[in-house]
Design a protein around this ligand. Structure first.
Ligand code: SF4
Length: 327
């Protein structure tokens, strides 16, 4: 285990000051990913800033917006009455993630900041551009069964591991961050990034910024939703492919649709064209197959993950059928 300094902050302002004073500091809350990374020497912050006493745990509703504090626990959000009533898709995605014990520790902000589970990233004896820029990508020609089929680069083909984030991107959420110049709002789809030439950067948060909340605007997607996750075992496993589906229905006609995939890209993967194709159509398996075909356009497999090209459309169809109440 590496040596590091530790401090606890009680306010957002004090946290920002602590971040400004040490460019190699990391925020810790639940610690469900960062502690593992430090034990394995994958990440080596010289200072940990414990923000567990900063008052950022509330879940509240105001002016057509559900605001979830960055320190709200995954289990707290999943079971929250307001979330169950207004955004059940988020609750379903959260309950599909990790284990009950981890959901009781992990926070919303930490869930967003978790790193990929690519095994090369965790093994410091092997090359990984994300862990060590310009060292190579072991997964490109190696064990890439869990890896991306969308948006990868020749530098990195890792996927983002979160389930929660797949629901949040489908729900048009925003991330509220505080920094030295005040607060700013980042559309959820722009928070995580594709690897491009800089796979070491997972997201667009700056070193001196703190996630303080996530906001979800009101919508009419609370009646017909489903989160379908295919994984190697029934619990405590990351997605091979997952789909968040939400439909606004009028009788059997789809007024509007929201669709996003997990386990397929370096970021939660919104399926905007497939969503558009569903609007105004009857909710039938045929309609959903056509949308799935559109969704999969541009997908590219590597040696060991070609099964995702077949699994992807099937998971989309099943998620939509469940959301529409056809099964
Ligand atoms: Fe590293 Fe990304 Fe390659 Fe995995 S896929 S080895 S995380 S560079």
């Amino acid at each position: 285990m590496i040596q590091f300094q530790f401090e606890r902050t009680a306010t957002t302002k004090a946290t920002l000051t602590a971040l400004a004073n040490n460019s190699n500091a990391k925020i810790i809350a639940g610690g469900t990913n960062l502690v593992d990374l430090m034990k394995r020497n994958v990440m080596a912050p010289t200072r940990l800033i414990d923000i567990n006493t900063v008052p950022l745990k509330n879940i509240e509703y105001k002016n057509g917006m559900t605001r979830i504090g960055a320190l709200a626990l995954n289990s707290q959000v999943a079971d929250d009455k307001l979330i169950l009533e207004k955004h059940p898709l988020l609750s379903k995605a959260l309950n599909a993630g990790a284990s009950a014990q981890i959901r009781n520790m992990a926070t919303v902000g930490g869930n967003m900041m978790q790193r990929t589970r690519c095994s090369y990233f965790y093994d410091t004896a092997l090359p990984c551009n994300k862990r060590q820029p310009n060292s190579g990508c072991g997964a490109l020609e190696g064990a890439n069964r869990m890896h991306a089929i969308f948006g990868a680069s020749n530098q990195c083909i890792a996927v983002h591991p979160s389930d929660m984030c797949v629901a949040l991107v489908a729900l048009d959420a925003s991330v509220i961050v505080a920094g030295p110049k005040g607060e700013r709002r980042i559309p959820f789809g722009e928070f995580h990034r594709l690897p491009g030439e800089h796979p070491e950067k997972d997201n667009t948060l700056q070193n001196n910024e703190l996630i303080i909340a996530v906001e979800i605007p009101d919508n009419s997607f609370n009646k017909n939703t489903h989160y379908f996750k295919v994984r190697d075992r029934a619990s405590y496993a990351f997605a091979l492919v997952s789909v968040a589906a939400a439909l606004q229905m009028e009788g059997n006609v789809i007024k509007e649709a929201r669709l996003a995939m997990g386990g397929v890209a370096h970021k939660p993967w919104r399926l905007t064209e497939a969503e558009k194709s569903l609007a105004g159509k009857s909710a039938t398996e045929e309609t959903f197959r056509q949308a799935a075909e559109i969704a999969m356009q541009g997908a590219k497999a590597y040696k060991h993950n070609a099964f995702k090209l077949k699994m992807g459309p099937n998971v989309i169809v099943e998620a939509l059928k469940n959301a529409a109440g056809l099964v």
